[in-house]
Design a protein around this ligand. Structure first.
Ligand code: B12
Length: 216
């Protein structure tokens, strides 16, 4: 099957909640030697993006979303062991988590998978993470960057609190701060003084390498 058609079919199967079809097509992608990274990005993630839009438009409700994300996870389980993992000359260590009050973690998990496959050492704090934990973990782990995700407008101020706390402790310069998630924007990142904002998981990896001056 042509690659783009396969991606489109995987995307549609996630949207249509067809777990078995997702599994079958993901296996087929491996048999056809299509990179797992591309199938995740252009098939599974693309599918979840559509699902999010359908929810926004009132066509899907929470139960549908959960079944779609189960279908995506079935695909991820098949593809993840086949992700090529880059080996970096110099370690890049990042802390990632969803800010306090927010339990949406599908996007954060996708960013994590992409970063791991780029060879980053990822410390995942999970979701609904107490704000102090981000700074605490970065200090203990001697991380290069703190990455925060949120999907809700009500929890966005938590990102600013983490940056404020870095400033108060006079350690702001030690870390790059990267933020993302549905309601987050470049404008918001500029307002709160974050170093990087990206709209998706793919560009997150590229931008972080650029900002850390990682060559290679
Ligand atoms: C799935 C979903 C859920 C699932 C979450 C399952 C899970 N384990 O995550 C369930 C059903 C549990 C849920 C619950 C709730 N939800 Co909900 N949910 C959604 C939905 C439909 C899709 C989100 C999603 O997963 N999208 C797919 C992923 C792949 O996209 P993404 O997260 O944006 O991630 C991408 C990028 O943003 C980026 N990215 C993400 N994080 C990061 C981080 C960094 C550092 C970077 C660089 C990039 C990056 O990369 C990702 C991949 O490319 C959205 C609507 C929408 N369209 O977004 C509502 C939405 C986020 N939910 C909403 C709400 C209100 C809730 C509830 C409060 C509902 C309720 N009344 O109980 C609860 C939340 C409880 C809580 N305190 O957390 C609202 C938020 C409104 C607001 N205040 O802003 C939304 C916007 C729906 C709406 N229009 O009302 N939800």
């Amino acid at each position: 099957m042509e690659k783009n058609i396969l991606f489109k079919n995987i995307c549609d199967a996630v949207v249509d909640m067809e777990e078995d079809v997702v599994a079958e097509l993901c296996r087929l992608s491996l048999e056809e030697n299509i990179s797992a990274y591309e199938t995740i990005t252009y098939g599974l993630i693309a599918g979840m993006d559509v699902v999010g839009k359908l929810y926004q438009e009132g066509e899907y409700f929470l139960p549908e979303i959960l079944i779609c994300s189960d279908a995506m996870n079935v695909g991820l389980d098949i593809l993840k062991p086949h992700l090529e993992r880059d080996i970096l000359d110099k370690e890049i260590k990042i802390i990632i988590g969803v800010v306090e009050g927010d339990t949406h973690d599908i996007g954060k998990n996708l960013v994590k998978i992409m970063m791991e496959s780029a060879g980053f050492n990822v410390i995942d704090l999970g979701r609904d993470v107490k704000l102090d934990r981000f700074v605490e973990a970065a200090e203990i782990e001697k991380a290069d960057a703190i990455c925060m995700s949120t999907l809700m407008t009500t929890t966005m101020p938590g990102m600013k609190s983490v940056i404020d706390s870095l400033n108060e402790k006079n350690i702001r310069d030690k870390y790059k701060v990267m933020i993302g998630g549905g309601p987050v924007s470049q404008k918001f990142a500029d307002t709160i003084g974050a170093d990087i904002y990206t709209v998706d998981a793919n560009s997150a990896v590229r931008r972080l390498k650029e900002v850390l001056n990682y060559e290679g």
